[in-house]
Write a protein that binds this ligand. Sequence first.
Ligand code: ATP
Length: 472
Amino acid sequence: MEQTSKKTIVSLKDIFVRFDGEIILNHINLDIMEKEFVTILGPSGCGKTTTLRIIGGFVEPESGDIIFDGKKINGTPPNKRNVNTVFQKYALFPHLNVFENVAFGLRLKKLPKDVIKDRVTKMLAVVDLKGYEKRNVAKLSGGQQQRVAIARALVCDPDLILLDEPLGALDLKLRKSMQLELKDIQRKSAKTFIYVTHDQEEALTMSDRVVVMNNGVIEQIGTPEDIYNEPVNAFVADFIGEANILNGTMIDDCRIRILNRELECVDKGFGKKTPVDVVIRPEDIELTSPEKGQLVGEVMSSTFKGVHYEMSIMCGNCEILVHSTRSAEVGSTVGMCVIPFNIQIMNKLLPFYDNVIETVVSSSSEDENYFEFNLEDETVRVDGQFFEEGSGVRITLPPSALSLAGDGVGDLKDVYIESVVYKGEHNEIILESDERKWLMLSDVDEQVATYVSLAFDFSKASFELINGNREG
Ligand code: ATP
């Protein structure tokens, strides 16, 4: 769609929000155009609702500005902003019929009766509820009730409608038809809709643009096609649709190494021998004979899905997902080809792989062969290694040396799971503690946006004295 000719209706400028000392929105910037359907998408707890509440005036940022129609509106109360919100629990008035529910806001404004009748009637036509005026709202279906709630929000003619998971309470079938209806209502009413969901399919179906959020930051803003075809990083690629996300090395411009094979791609400017994340969508892999394949693997499973077969193919230790209209027998060896254009190269979420701790030994015992150091207010003990008290030590922990510990135990507590990305062999998990980030591998699907304890296996670590004397 043409954004350039449209006017910006609302802008968030460098918005920073903290609740109870925790950063919830970390300097976000967002411009929303007139008559646009924008969806804020992201996992639970990433800050979507808070972003909406900032626009609605229910939350004030610690810093940053909200610009509405060219004017700064920080501090303006919700009822003085020309914005209306539709919540998941749409709270219709059960004692009023459909007409009166929609008319409610207009009656508060003391508009003349004939104006109210005209506006409510027109709005009920927009949401496809003509003829339902006298119906009791409690006797309507979930979808119909939701449409009454939307009509009630639209009838007061706000510039902006904010929708917070409004279809969340509906069953899947109804949800799907309401998605299309909502888009249609938005088009017919020519209003700006800002919609919050954690459902990627919903976001792709309805939106002119999608804002992908994670952990209080905006990862990417773009059309549904941009977000799907050109994800900026592994988080976005993983969150939107199915994807094979692989560790790769950019050898040079347009040359990538993945799964021990060199392939041609179209991306440039990543430098030489740079570790990168590589995304290949399952539908972009073509099956061929093992001799002709750029990659070769064994078919582990194949399920017919109506139009295509969904296959899991093992290339060495790495699982590749393929959607193909051609079938291949389970147990057979197949070749796979991908055209350069369909290989997406992305910077790694964490550019440096090793978890390196540089610290000073706080206590130690040569007899018992251990030392201790302080890590973010916790004392960590390393058995089987001795360094003199006061020595500087660099400890390098490969991702495989990190694991999750039970509640209250572990070397580092209250560590936040920022992202979980399946890389064909393991999940790569990025965690955040008070002072830094950590990379861990896991075969379990850990839940993002939760707090966990982290344990270090120091038998897999390497140690280096950076000053002082090593003894023993
Ligand atoms: P969901 O999809 O689960 O609704 P979300 O992406 O909309 O999640 P938010 O509701 O914006 O997330 O919440 C982001 C974080 O801020 C969460 O960790 C939440 O617990 C916290 N939070 C939200 N409101 C408050 C509040 N008033 N006081 C303290 N913490 C809050």
